[in-house]
Design a protein around this ligand. Sequence first.
Ligand SMILES: Cc1cc2nc3c(=O)[nH]c(=O)nc-3n(C[C@H](O)[C@H](O)[C@H](O)COP(=O)(O)OP(=O)(O)OC[C@H]3O[C@@H](n4cnc5c(N)ncnc54)[C@H](O)[C@@H]3O)c2cc1C
Length: 493
Amino acid sequence: MGDVPGLPSPAAGTDRAPLPFDVIIAGCGPTGAVLAAELRLHDVRVLVLEKETEPVSFVRIVGLHIRSIELMAMRGLLKRILERGRQRPAGGFFAAINKPAPEGLDSAYAYLLGIPQPVIVHLLEEHAIELGAQVRHGCAVAGFEQDDEGVTVELADGERLRSRYLVGCDGGRSTVRKLLGVGFPGEPSRTETLMGEMEVGVPQEEITARVAGIRETHQRFWLRPFGEGVYSVVVPAAGVSDRAEPPTLEDFKQQLRTIAGTDFGVHSPRWVSRFGDATRLAERYRVGRVLLAGDAAHIHPPIGGQGVNLGVQDAFNLGWKLAAQIHGWAPEILLDTYQAERHPVAADVLDNTRAQMELSSTEPGAQAVRRLLTELMDFDEVNRHLIEKITAIGLRYDFGEGPDLLGRRLSDIAVKQGTLYGLLHRGRGLLLDRTECLTVGGWSDRVDYFGDSTAVLDVPCVLLRPDGYVGWVGDDQQDLDNHLSRWFGKPAH
Ligand SMILES: Cc1cc2nc3c(=O)[nH]c(=O)nc-3n(C[C@H](O)[C@H](O)[C@H](O)COP(=O)(O)OP(=O)(O)OC[C@H]3O[C@@H](n4cnc5c(N)ncnc54)[C@H](O)[C@@H]3O)c2cc1C
């Protein structure tokens, strides 16, 4: 998968060239910051290059869904994020169909965490730096070359830096992906939406009355008070420009008049932006020593609020595998399981956003399907399936034949020492052994052992990978050893 004729194909265990950095990450958005932190947990020398000197000016609220919240808890980060975010009900996200989440979702964190994107990015970057990552702002990656031993990264000002690997976490217009020549097939934007914060010139009652009527058919329309007389305004654009520059206040006024019959006297914008519904997926996530993650690898419309979540989960999947490759204990194919596992997940998210966009169309047929799905969501199983999809707690990686738990996450169950996730802060593998008879033997430098006969689990013993997914279930030492080798390479002794 990562092996391309003519390009270097680093072999596991032989990758110890003395270069200044092990990994350079292009882009310090949510994906790049989380990846840097995950690599630092394994003592990988990381440099993050971020082209912007200042944090982004727009303060759009993003939602962390259940699986991402769990991952934050798993690394001991949730408390500080909760202090800056707001908990909201988990339901109502699939195509913005207003249904509460079903009872008894299998998570200790069954809510949505709304937080301004610049705040979450800052917290994640701060965490990565605390763990020892270097982050340089005002440094845009402009080029790179890879060879047998590493990658030479060239910055926009001509400076050249060496590392063993480069990961493009540089967003949807990724320079790294383009330079890598990786295809990005999919659909261009068919619709665009204007979004911003501004003051209004009419009373709240008038806005409430008009907006309620319009939202019955237009999902991409709202004016919501944001505090201190400022409103969050979202309105469909006149057409598709596919431009990076922000829209003007006049663009907003015109579109508000077209759809609502009034521009609500909007003025004094705090920030304005636009987004499209282009849907694309990178053909490959790795070429030799260069990898892609987050929006650099996949873009889709924001409906359902899954982009940050998908990127953060890419980073959790990749971090420990790349660290294993760098430290020389990765089994031969481990790094390529990153694409094998994450590409289908992204393809599924792209599909569900396509479906959600259809359901949000104002066409009569689409509206009829929306009404039908709204009825169907009264069935618990339908509602549960959709919410487990959006929140990623229903995800099961294909690890081959095995019990249903294999390839799934474990929720944060109570254990003798507190909670399961509390045992995963260091980002290592974990054997949770209810039989208290097994051992991690020669893998104890990579995998923690925890025996607890009282743990509430339906199976005798599970092996968790560092990203919290079940890599083995059973009670036989030989079978366990085989799976320890599968995920963690050769034993140390
Ligand atoms: C209106 C809207 C609402 C959204 N709401 C949600 C939501 O509720 N929940 C959710 O999960 N997602 C949401 N998203 C999606 C989410 O914002 C993105 O998916 C997410 O930001 C992707 O993170 P990333 O780190 O992969 O990329 P980005 O956030 O794009 O970060 C990439 C970084 O790379 C930097 N960069 C770019 N080029 C270079 C270069 N050459 N060299 C160095 N640095 C570079 C950029 O400056 C940037 O900091 C929303 C998106 C939109 C438009």
